[in-house]
Ligand binder design. Structure first.
Ligand code: NAD
Length: 485
């Protein structure tokens, strides 16, 4: 291990190694080789970041919102100038293709752009003469020190769901990124540093569970944003709320797409294949189950099997590659086991992506696209978040049966329908219990100015990430009633 390969925390405007920390390798999933080593910060490192943030907050909250936004305008310009380089960093540590990584950075930049509108977003309400000569006003004020804990699958976009809004609102912000993809966050903070943002307004603390525990226990932190698996989300939500913090936790997903017989089958197949296999199925909005209604079943089954078999898998930075590896060998083993479990209850594997290698990348964590047909809705595969390039086909006799299957499921992140019928689409969007709905859309990802509206086990809290919800989450209201006799 060389000293240059050891990543550092960014605390109080200084890049520093946490004292006595253990270091874990950050691995390129296409090669299984280490790219860097990430420190596992402890309570002392978290404590020093909170101490700096609490001090810096006193001045930062007094900077006018429009002046705070100027740092974000500079950040946007720097992110755009470094978009290709950031994408390459993401591809190397996360595995997705360069095109997917670049699109992710763009989605992140859009959140910076929206947060630049903070002077308007922070506007309050007022009423004159609630009683003769008495006026009432509502102001939005920052919370103090806030923290975000983010997952591996969007190393740039998800930190940017939170950071721009948190600091634009006048808070000081601490990021604990995924220990699997920390190099992207380091680069984001190096660019942020170049904006001249005052030291301590945004800080980076690497680590895993102990760092998270320290953040949710620390009395100096007012709010926690979390994105990750539902099991971790539940733990974080419960403990942070018990400690009196405001919390928003976005959890796992198991996204169904419904295909009606009147759908444009060619377009539907292409869109569903991109949803199920894009980012190697490691998107919280990836299609995981296709519910084919009536006569759509056999036609869709044939078309999607062809699309899965022909998808080009390889190193995400190589030209023409459409799908990279999954994040780790443990993840691949878990998904392979789930594929096997799909055969319980009558499921049949039509396209088997297990046991294949990519030439020149034999050590990589590759798993090729996989399709199972006639999967039982009650099987483990049909109920569990897979987070890999696997699509399960389930047959339904009509739209009512398809909607009933969706609504009895645990998760509610996204559900999509493919149809040319406005009536069917309207019924679907009205009745389906999911926070994000797609109509002839495979990845219904809300733009930065809409909330990322997961529901059921996919979200714990009330205000989601992005846009107006982000501003409301990171501010508290203060109401003033005034009389001037
Ligand atoms: P993960 O839950 O393993 O880790 C997420 C973060 O939490 C990491 O920073 C990790 O260090 C930390 N962590 C892990 N276990 C923890 C625990 N028990 N207590 C406290 N902190 C813990 O998730 P992941 O594997 O990095 O990411 C994939 C998951 O994230 C999937 O379930 C996916 O659906 C979900 N996700 C959800 C959304 C959404 O918007 N709903 C978006 C992206 C990813």
């Amino acid at each position: 291990m060389t000293s240059t390969a050891r990543l550092k925390n960014f605390i109080g405007g200084v890049w520093c190694e946490p004292a006595g920390a253990e270091y874990l390798p950050v691995v390129n999933p296409a090669t299984a080789s280490p790219l860097a080593y990430v420190p596992q910060s402890d309570a002392a490192a978290v404590g020093s970041a909170v101490e700096v943030a609490s001090r810096v907050y006193r001045n930062w909250r007094r900077i006018p919102p429009n002046d705070r936004a100027q740092f974000l305008y500079r950040f946007k310009t720097l992110l755009e100038a470094h978009q290709t380089e950031l994408a390459r960093t993401i591809t190397d540590e996360c595995g997705k293709t360069l095109a997917e990584a670049s699109a992710e950075v763009r989605r992140g930049i859009e959140n910076v752009e929206v947060a630049c509108g903070i002077p308007t977003y922070l506007q309050g309400w007022n009423n004159e003469d609630i009683s003769p000569g008495v006026d009432e006003h509502l102001f939005r004020q920052p919370l103090g020190v806030v923290a975000a804990i983010t997952p591996f699958n969007f190393p740039a976009m998800i930190p940017l769901w939170f950071l721009p809004y948190a600091i634009a609102c006048g808070n000081c912000f601490i990021l604990k990124p995924s220990e699997k993809v920390p190099r992207t966050s380091v680069r984001l903070f190096e660019l942020l540093e170049q904006t001249g943002l005052p030291a301590g307004v945004a800080q980076l603390v690497h680590g895993g569970r102990p760092a998270v525990d320290s953040l949710i226990e620390h009395p100096g932190i007012s709010a926690i944003s979390f994105v990750g698996s539902t099991s971790a989300a539940r733990q974080v939500y419960g403990r942070a709320a018990a400690n009196g913090k405001r919390v928003q936790c976005q959890g796992g997903a198991k996204n169904p797409v419904v295909i009606l017989p009147d759908a444009d089958m060619e377009l539907t197949t292409q869109i569903v294949a991109d949803s199920a296999f894009g980012c190697a199925g490691q998107r919280c909005l990836a299609a995981s189950t296709a519910i084919a209604v009536g006569t759509a079943g056999d036609r869709f089954c044939a078309a999607i099997s062809e699309a899965a078999s022909s998808r080009r898998v390889g190193y995400g930075a190589d030209p023409g590659v459409q799908m990279g590896p999954v994040i780790s060998s443990e993840s691949r083993e878990r998904v392979e086991r789930l594929i096997g479990s799909g055969c319980v209850g009558g499921g049949r594997i039509l396209v088997d992506g297990r046991g294949k290698t990519v030439d020149g990348f034999e050590d990589g964590f590759f798993l090729f696209p996989t399709i199972l047909d006639e999967v039982s809705p009650t099987s483990e595969l049909a109920r569990t978040e897979v987070f890999g390039p696997v699509l399960s086909l389930i047959r339904a006799t009509d739209l009512d049966e398809a909607i009933a299957m969706i609504n009895c499921a645990e998760y509610g992140n996204m559900a999509s329908i493919f149809t040319t019928s406005g009536g069917a689409a309207r019924k679907f969007r009205y009745e389906v219990e999911a926070g994000n709905i797609g109509i002839n859309i495979g990845v219904a990802a809300p733009m930065a100015y809409f909330p990322f509206s997961g529901a059921k086990a996919s979200f714990l809290g009330d205000l989601h990430a992005q846009g107006r919800h982000g501003v409301e989450f990171y501010t508290q209201t203060k109401v003033v009633v005034e009389r001037w006799p």
